[in-house]
Write a protein that binds this ligand. Structure first.
Ligand SMILES: NC(=O)c1ccc[n+]([C@@H]2O[C@H](COP(=O)([O-])OP(=O)(O)OC[C@H]3O[C@@H](n4cnc5c(N)ncnc54)[C@H](OP(=O)(O)O)[C@@H]3O)[C@@H](O)[C@H]2O)c1
Length: 246
C-alpha cells in the first residue's frame, strides 16, 4: 500500500458509522488522529456512537445523514461546510443486503430497486453533495465499501470462489458500485482527489447475522485507502491483503 497521510487535522465523514464496519472505520481513523463525523440516519444512534468514541478519547461528531433522502444529504453537507469548511475523507460505507439466498430467476425487482437506492444511487448522491467540500482538501479521499461479491472475477463461472453466494440485488449493486469507483476515478485523474473500492471480507455484523471475522479487521483496508498518500492508487479495488480482482 501507498505511503500514508498524517491523519491529524483531517476531517472524515463515514456514512452508516453508528455500527458494524463503519463504526470500526471511524474508530480506526480517529485513533490515527482524524476528526470523524459519524454519519447515521438515526440521530440518536449517531450521537451514541460518537459518544462512545469520545469516551475513548477521540474526536467524533455525529452527522445525521440518510443517504437515500436528498434533503438529508444536502443538510449534512451544509452542516459540514458550516462546522468544518472542508472534507478530507468520505467513506461511503452505508449499505444494505435485503434479499438473500434466492436464485436470480426468483429475484424481486422491488427489493432490487431498494437495494440500488442505497448501495448505488445513495453513494452517487452523497459523493456529489460532498465533492465541493472534498475539493477544498489538499488530498481528498473517497472510499466505497464494496464486496468480493461484486467482483466479476470472484463470481463468474462455476469454479469461481464466490459463485455459490446468491443475491442478484446485493451482488450486482456492489458490481455497479465498483463501476462508480472506476468512472469517478477517471474524472479525478490529475487532481488531488482519489477514489477506491475497499473489500472488507466477510465480517460479523448485523448485515451478516454475525458471521465472519471481527468488523475491526474488515475496516483495515478502508482506513488505509482513506489515508493513501499522493503516490496511492486511484480507481482500484483493495482488501487488507492487497489488490482484489475486478
Ligand atoms: N459485513 C460484511 O461481511 C460485509 C462484506 C462486504 C461488504 N460489506 C459492506 O460494508 C458496509 C457496512 O456493512 P456492515 O456489515 O457494517 O453492515 P451493518 O452492520 O448492517 O451496518 C450498515 C450501516 O449502514 C447504515 N445504513 C443503511 N441504510 C442507510 C441509509 N439509507 N442512510 C444512512 N445509513 C444507512 C445502517 O444504519 P442503521 O443502523 O440505521 O440501519 C448501518 O449504520 C456495507 O456497504 C456492506 O455492503 C460488508
Amino acid at each position: 500500500m501507498a505511503q500514508q497521510l498524517d491523519a491529524k487535522g483531517r476531517i472524515a465523514l463515514i456514512t452508516g458509522a453508528n455500527k458494524g464496519i463503519g463504526f470500526e472505520i471511524a474508530r480506526g481513523l480517529a485513533e490515527k488522529g482524524a476528526t470523524v463525523l459519524i454519519g447515521a440516519r438515526r440521530p440518536q444512534a449517531g450521537e451514541e456512537a460518537a459518544q462512545a468514541l469520545r469516551q475513548e478519547g477521540w474526536a467524533a461528531v455525529p452527522v445525521t445523514i440518510d443517504i437515500v433522502d436528498e434533503a438529508s444529504v444536502a443538510a449534512a453537507a451544509e452542516q459540514i461546510a458550516e462546522q468544518f469548511g472542508k472534507l478530507d475523507i468520505l467513506v461511503n460505507n452505508a449499505g444494505i443486503s435485503i434479499e438473500r439466498g434466492k436464485e436470480p430467476s426468483e429475484s424481486d425487482v422491488a427489493l432490487m430497486r431498494e437495494t440500488y437506492e442505497t448501495n448505488v444511487f445513495g453513494v452517487v448522491a452523497v459523493t456529489n453533495a460532498m465533492l465541493p467540500l472534498l475539493r477544498k482538501s489538499d488530498a481528498g479521499r473517497i472510499v466505497n465499501l464494496s464486496s468480493g461479491l461484486g467482483s466479476f472475477a470472484l463470481r463468474s463461472g462455476p469454479d469461481a470462489p464466490l459463485s455459490h453466494m446468491r443475491s442478484l440485488a446485493y451482488n450486482s449493486s456492489k458490481t455497479a458500485l465498483n463501476a462508480l469507483t472506476a468512472n469517478y476515478a477517471n474524472e479525478f485523474e490529475g487532481t488531488p482527489i482519489k477514489i477506491n473500492s475497499a473489500n472488507p471480507g466477510l465480517c460479523a455484523t448485523d448485515l451478516t447475522f454475525g458471521n465472519g471475522r471481527p468488523a475491526s479487521e474488515g475496516a483495515v483496508a478502508a482506513v488505509e485507502l482513506a489515508l493513501a498518500g499522493a503516490d496511492g492508487p486511484n480507481g482500484g479495488f483493495f482488501g487488507d491483503q492487497g489488490k482484489v480482482p475486478w
